[in-house]
Design a protein around this ligand. Structure first.
Ligand SMILES: [Zn+2]
Length: 226
């Protein structure tokens, strides 16, 4: 079986994270969500975490040099020998080039880039309604998954808050960053025939089915190329 080295692309709120976790289970590949890695570092107040927090609180991207090292280390570990799923990295063309260079050094290459796309209006609706449990991070949504009693976590009774990342002005800023810095990657990967477009607007189950079909196609093409 050839290795499956995947990148998930898409705006914040596109459901990439949900799809990444499904893929991790289905494919038994490590799922590297840069956001989670960074949030863990922030929570643990590591040196990387403190630096990253200043940027994240403003809705800005964490600088390349901080992230590239962390991701490269993970890709080069035994758990990623059969492949990996990257989410949240690369986010800019320089990062994509740094990743490609690192993979080449390891005698590897990306197998596919899945763009899970939704429009800005839908992003604002999805993220703006999110409420997160202060204690344990359980996530609710005012429209799609409301808690039984407003402002209180169903699971542990903790207060529900709007995470800094989900404040309206931060969402708008994140979208601007996405369009300015990440969207150029769509053309970059399309130029390398790696890009696969997936409509992220239907239910997570429907999007998941589309992702499965796409991966089946990628595998067929990889087999034919051998
Ligand atoms: Zn909770």
């Amino acid at each position: 079986m050839p290795e499956l080295n995947l990148v998930l692309l898409g705006p914040p709120g596109s459901g990439k994270g949900t799809q990444g976790e499904r893929l991790q289970e289905d494919l038994r590949l490590p799922y590297y969500a840069t956001g989670d890695i960074l949030r863990a570092a922030v929570r643990d107040e590591t040196e990387l975490g403190r630096t990253a927090k200043e940027y994240m609180d403003r809705g800005d991207l964490v600088p390349d040099e901080v992230i590239v090292g962390v991701i490269a280390e993970r890709i080069d570990s035994p758990e990623a020998a059969d492949g990996f799923i990257l989410d949240g990295f690369p986010r800019t063309e320089p990062q994509a080039e740094a990743l490609a260079a690192r993979l080449t050094e390891l005698d590897r290459a990306l197998t596919g880039v899945l763009l899970i796309d939704v429009d800005d209006e839908e992003v604002v609706r999805r993220l703006g309604g999110r409420r997160t449990c202060e204690e344990n991070g359980h996530v609710f949504h005012v429209d799609f998954n409301p808690p039984r009693s407003e402002g209180v976590c169903d699971l542990d009774g903790s207060p529900l808050v709007v995470r800094d990342d989900d404040e309206p002005e931060v969402i708008r800023h994140r979208l601007e960053q996405y369009h300015a810095k990440t969207e150029p990657l769509v053309g970059y990967y399309d130029g390398q025939s790696l890009l696969r477009l997936i409509d992220g607007s239907p239910t997570p189950e429907a999007v998941g089915a589309e992702v499965e079909r796409t991966l089946a196609t990628i595998r067929l093409e990889a087999d034919e190329a051998i």
